[in-house]
Design a protein around this ligand. Structure first.
Ligand SMILES: C[S@@+](CC[C@H](N)C(=O)[O-])C[C@H]1O[C@@H](n2cnc3c(N)ncnc32)[C@H](O)[C@@H]1O
Length: 251
């Protein structure tokens, strides 16, 4: 077993990685969260195989809020020519680099940055952009979605917690100017948890309704927006529509 692998096995991870020796990284809560990652990976793979098939060696991808690199590593292993993982927390980028080096993935780059601080012009356009588990931890989710759109030349996949939506009509300044609601946001307080590895960095979190997410993705430039199907034996939050995975296509 290599020194890199020994270092990886000495930590507890958000994700269960299989290392070159066949050993697996220990995960939080004795593996209670493994199913959410497995379900999301299966849902993503179904889209990738329809969208890109097996020919991925000319494709690039960006994984926004990559945490300890699970989806970045998965894309790199699945044949993408270049993958960039981004996260606000430097400790996650260090862990992602440890896993990348342990698995010898030369097609994976990692950078520490707040999603809102990314220089999208410098990063260019990518075939696939992932935005998983991020926007419901943000006080500016629309801004983050605009970053995702700016980086995307083909398809962007957003995975998020959603809140029940309000519908109806609003007297918008006067009864003579009545507007329909396009969706809604719920406010969640994470101000006491900003130290947490999965949490918001600012503590003020705006969680969209599904209607809000779809409408915003259409308004910021995705021509087609679809909710992706969930396997029946998947993680309960996805099965019961508390979380969703939504794909937006640029063309
Ligand atoms: C719930 S975890 C999701 C991780 C991973 N994308 C997944 O779905 O498994 C949220 C991640 O968002 C990162 N994050 C929070 N606020 C961020 C921001 N403003 N910019 C970039 N990353 C952020 C956190 O550090 C954490 O890794």
């Amino acid at each position: 077993m290599s020194d890199l692998e020994s270092r990886a096995l000495a930590k507890t991870w958000f994700y269960r990685y299989t290392l070159p020796s066949g050993a697996q990284t220990p995960t939080y809560d004795g593996g209670a969260l493994d199913l959410i990652h497995d379900t999301r990976t299966r849902m993503l793979d179904a889209l990738l195989s329809t969208e890109f098939g097996d020919q991925r060696n000319a494709l690039s991808a960006v994984d926004l809020a990559c945490h300890q690199g699970w989806f970045s590593v998965h894309l790199a292993q699945s044949g993408f020519a270049r993958v960039l993982g981004v996260d606000a927390r430097s400790e996650h980028i260090d862990d992602s680099r440890l896993i990348r080096d342990t698995l010898a993935l030369s097609n994976l780059d990692l950078v520490q940055s707040d999603v809102h601080a990314l220089d999208t012009a410098a990063l260019g356009h990518h075939d696939l952009v992932l935005c998983f588990g991020l926007i419901y931890h943000l006080e500016n989710p629309v801004g983050a979605l605009r970053v995702a759109r700016a980086l995307c030349k083909r398809v962007c996949v957003v995975e998020t917690q959603v809140v029940p939506g309000q519908t109806g009509w609003v007297d918008y300044g006067s009864y003579r100017f009545v507007r329909p609601l396009k969706g809604s946001f719920g406010i969640i307080d994470e101000t006491g948890e900003t130290h947490g590895p999965e949490a918001s960095t600012t503590g003020i979190c705006l969680v969209p309704s599904l209607e809000a997410l779809i409408w915003i993705m259409q308004r910021i430039g995705f021509k087609r927006v679809e909710v992706l199907p969930v396997p029946e034996d998947g993680y309960e939050q996805l099965v019961h529509h508390k979380r969703v995975m939504v794909a937006g296509w640029v063309e």
